[in-house]
Design a protein around this ligand. Structure first.
Ligand code: TXA
Ligand code: MG
Length: 305
C-alpha cells in the first residue's frame, strides 16, 4: 500500500533493509513496538530528530524516549545504579521506560533530551523494533507515530491515516499487543518516581506530587538557561551573547542558512553554549513562527520566561 509517498510494507528482510537505509540517512520510519507504533529516528542525529517534530506537527519540544536493543546498550547512554539495574533486569525487554542520568559521552542529540541531564531509555520487546535496532546499530528516538493531538496508533493503518505523506515508510508488524504507552519511572539516588502510568505496575514507584508534573506525560523540570534571555533580538547589546539565525549572525547561530531543521537540531546546544559564556545575558535572533519554528519559539519563550 502506498500513498503520497508513504509506503506500508509487511516486515521482511527487504523491508528491514530499506528501513535501515532510511534511518542511517537521517529519515523517519514508523515501526511497531509492543505498546504502540513509534516514529523512529537516529537519536545521535539532531536533524533526524528534528524531522520527528516536523512530521508530527508537534508545537513544542519534549524529551523523547530512546530505544536500545538491550541493557548493555542502555548502560552506554545512561547511568544505572543498583535500583535502576534491578528494574531493567526484571522488566526488559518490555513496556518500561527508565529515566536515569545521561552519560557525558553518550553522543545523543540534545534535542532528544530537550537539553536535560537525564535520558529516558527503553528496551522494547517487539521483534520488528528489535530487528531495526540491531540492523541500524543506532539508538532510536521514537514517540508514538501519530500527528500531534491524535490518538496513539496501534496498527500500521492508524499510522498511515495520521502521517501519510509525511514519512517514507511504515513497517507493518500487525496490531500492537498492549495498545498503551510504556510505564515511565525515574530513578534518582535509588528513589523511584512514576512519571507516566502504563501497562506495568512498578512497586515502590510513587506518582510525584502535582507540582512536579505540568501535563500528563510531561515533566515540569524543563531545561532553562541560568541567564536572562531576550528574544527577537536583531543586535547584540552590551554584556549579551547573541544567538543568530539566518542573516543575523551573532556570536553563534541556530542556522546560518535560516534552515529550521538545522535550527531545531542545534537549539539546546546553542543555549547551553551561551549559558557557559562569561556574559550577563543571552539574546536570540527572531525565528519565523512556521513549521518547526513554532516548537523552537515555544522553547525559546519558556527559556525567556
Ligand atoms: O510506549 C512507549 O513508550 C512509546 C513507544 C513508541 O515506545 N514511546 C513513547 O515515547 O511514548 P515518547 O517519546 O512520546 O515519550 C516521551 C515522554 C515525555 O513526555 C516525558 O514524559 C518522558 O517520556 N521523558 C523522556 N525523557 C525524559 C527525561 N529526560 N526526563 C523525564 N521524562 C522524560
Ligand atoms: Mg504520544
Amino acid at each position: 500500500m502506498t500513498g503520497e509517498g508513504t509506503e506500508i510494507r509487511a516486515f521482511d528482510e527487504a523491508a528491514l533493509a530499506q528501513a535501515t537505509d532510511l534511518i542511517l540517512a537521517g529519515q523517519l520510519v514508523a515501526v511497531p513496538t509492543e505498546t504502540v507504533y513509534g516514529l523512529a529516528a537516529d537519536a545521535t542525529n539532531g536533524e533526524a530528530v528534528a524531522r520527528i517534530y516536523a512530521a508530527k506537527g508537534r508545537p513544542s519540544f519534549n524529551p523523547l524516549i530512546v530505544h536500545v536493543p538491550d541493557l548493555a546498550s542502555a548502560e552506554k547512554l545512561g547511568e544505572f545504579d543498583a535500583a535502576a539495574r534491578r528494574l531493567a533486569e526484571a522488566h526488559w525487554p518490555g513496556p518500561l521506560t527508565l529515566v536515569v542520568p545521561l552519560l557525558d559521552d553518550a553522543g545523543i542529540s540534545s534535542l532528544v533530551t530537550a537539553g536535560l541531564p537525564s535520558i529516558a531509555l527503553r528496551v522494547p520487546a517487539h521483534p520488528v523494533m528489535q530487528a531495526l535496532l540491531r540492523a541500524t546499530g543506532r539508538p532510536l528516538a521514537a514517540p508514538s507515530a501519530n500527528a500531534s493531538g491524535r490518538i496513539s496508533p496501534t496498527t500500521a493503518q492508524h499510522v498511515f491515516a495520521s502521517l501519510s505523506g509525511r514519512i517514507a515508510l511504515i513497517l507493518d508488524g500487525g496490531p500492537t499487543e498492549r495498545g498503551l504507552e510504556s510505564t515511565i519511572v525515574a530513578v534518582t539516588d535509588g528513589r523511584l518516581r512514576l512519571l507516566r502510568p502504563g501497562p506495568l505496575l512498578i512497586e515502590g514507584a510513587e506518582r510525584t506530587g502535582s507540582g512536579d508534573i505540568e501535563a500528563p506525560g510531561m515533566m515540569a523540570s524543563h531545561y532553562a538557561p541560568t541567564k536572562p534571555v531576550r528574544l527577537n533580538a536583531t543586535q547584540r547589546r552590551d554584556g549579551e551573547w547573541l544567538i543568530g539565525f539566518g542573516a543575523i549572525t551573532g556570536d553563534d547561530t541556530l542556522s546560518a542558512s535560516g534552515d529550521l531543521t538545522e535550527a531545531a537540531a542545534r537549539l539546546f546546544a546553542c543555549l547551553h553554549r551561551a549559558d557557559a559564556q562569561p556574559v550577563d545575558a543571552i539574546a536570540v535572533a527572531p525565528v519565523p513562527d512556521e513549521g518547526l519554528g513554532t516548537a523552537i519559539n515555544d522553547r525559546l519563550r519558556r527559556a525567556a520566561a
